[in-house]
Design a protein around this ligand. Structure first.
Ligand SMILES: Cc1cc2nc3c(=O)[nH]c(=O)nc-3n(C[C@H](O)[C@H](O)[C@H](O)COP(=O)(O)OP(=O)(O)OC[C@H]3O[C@@H](n4cnc5c(N)ncnc54)[C@H](O)[C@@H]3O)c2cc1C
Length: 378
């Protein structure tokens, strides 16, 4: 029997399914992909795009072309709600669309709700497109003559570190007077081995970055950062990198969610309540399998989602997701041609670490950049 599969979000976990839409179509199924953007940006290379190592074309996939070129329908929209009893998705444009099988890969957002007031100089690091959009503002501040412009990154996790390192590299290259600052509520790379912390702190300090640990931000108003201790820091640009939360899409729906609002799925990546709903990436919580919200797992979910979505349409058995080793390889781009390599407690820094990261990232891009992305205008 033929069915209608809808993929909501063309994120990291849906790429294999999207690249094989023709397989679904050949079996008589309809496939639609709903996304608010024709392109999907790969987070692993995004700090490199901020520092100018990569162009924006090099770090993105043309989802729309990939879908349409394989016989699917691309819907340029955003899902804002759903009714799983009626199998209906409600779109931002006001329309409704019904599915037989739906899969969500709508990502996460920076957990900043309590402190963030909207401003043109504040850039949450998710969605990744914000980093591309920030480049003009960063350029302007780095070229500012006179005064003492400052760019502040809030958050001392891997994303905050990589963004800070990218900004330090840009400031160095431009011989800019601008100061780069990183503020974090706890310690830089708190849960990492001490060696990783030492290497990051040494690398950023050497490049003149001002590091404030154990400093909690209470509120951001315009270009002022109010700290918990009452101090106010003035800044020209702010990047928010205080960790992520799943997309709020599943709150106020009938779908069971995890504590942080992620779509609650079983080990088949299938909603624990509605067996025609699946999901992958940062927007899901797997029951009994707590995982870091990192692209590594979204990427590992690709083959299982592709198999299970087709199996659900055809009524054949599902496969279980195996997250693989939890001590996955982490490679931080330090913006100066070096990287920090971490696998469990094994940590070192050098040019080779960046070369390894660059090779892995480019190999991933080549696999899904199948629509002439490198020849597109910026
Ligand atoms: C600066 C930075 C660097 C990082 N580097 C790494 C790294 O090197 N390695 C690593 O493993 N992890 C890294 N991460 C973490 C990584 O970004 C996430 O884990 C990864 O993006 C999760 O992929 P995803 O597909 O679930 O979500 P996303 O990449 O956020 O994709 C979600 C997609 O859904 C679409 N969407 C959103 N809402 C809707 C809606 N309502 N309707 C329809 N579509 C919607 C969006 O347009 C987007 O295309 C990094 C994160 C940051 C911020």
């Amino acid at each position: 029997m033929s069915g209608h599969l809808i993929l909501i979000g063309g994120g990291h976990a849906h790429l294999t399914t999207i690249s094989l839409i023709d397989e679904f179509v050949a079996k008589g199924h309809r496939v639609s992909v709903i996304s608010p953007s024709s392109h999907h940006y790969y987070s692993g290379m995004s700090p490199g795009a901020l520092s100018g190592t990569y162009s924006s074309q090099e770090i993105r996939f043309n989802i729309q072309k990939m879908v349409e070129g394989r016989g699917g329908t691309f819907v340029y929209d955003k899902v804002i709600a759903l009714d799983p009893r009626r199998n209906e998705l409600i779109l931002d444009s006001g329309g409704e669309i019904s599915y037989d099988i739906a899969s969500f890969n709508v990502g996460s957002r920076v957990s900043s709700a309590t402190i963030y007031a909207d401003s043109r100089s504040v850039f949450p690091v998710k969605p990744i497109i914000n980093l591309i959009r920030s480049r003009k503002a960063v350029d302007r501040v780095l070229k500012q003559e006179g005064g003492q412009p400052v760019i502040t990154v809030i958050g001392g996790g891997p994303a905050g570190v990589e963004i800070t390192a990218a900004l330090a590299a840009l400031a160095d290259n431009a011989s800019s007077l601008a100061g780069i600052r990183i503020i974090t509520g706890g310690k830089i790379l708190g849960p990492y081995p001490a060696r990783a912390r030492e290497l990051v702190i040494a690398s950023l300090s050497r490049r003149g970055v001002q590091i404030s640990e154990d400093t909690t931000v209470k509120h951001i108003e315009g270009n002022n950062i109010e700290l918990e201790d009452g101090n106010i820091l003035s800044t020209d640009i702010i990047f928010l990198a205080m960790g992520v939360k799943p997309s709020p899409l599943f709150l106020n729906t009938l779908l069971p969610t995890g504590e942080d609002g992620g779509l609650l799925v079983n080990s088949f990546l299938q909603s624990v309540e509605y067996d025609n709903i699946f999901g992958g990436g940062d927007c899901i919580t797997i029951k009994g399998m707590p995982l870091d919200r990192v692209g590594v797992y979204a990427v590992r979910q690709n083959p299982v989602l592709r198999h299970n979505l087709l199996a659900a349409l055809e009524g054949t058995p599902l496969n279980k997701f195996d997250p693989g080793p939890r001590n996955y390889l982490q490679l931080l781009n330090m913006g100066d041609g070096t990287g920090i390599f971490r696998k469990g407690n094994w940590v070192w820094q050098g040019k080779l670490a960046f070369i390894i990261k660059d090779r892995i990232d480019r190999r991933f891009m080549r696999k899904f950049q199948v629509s002439g992305e490198l020849d597109e205008p910026e």
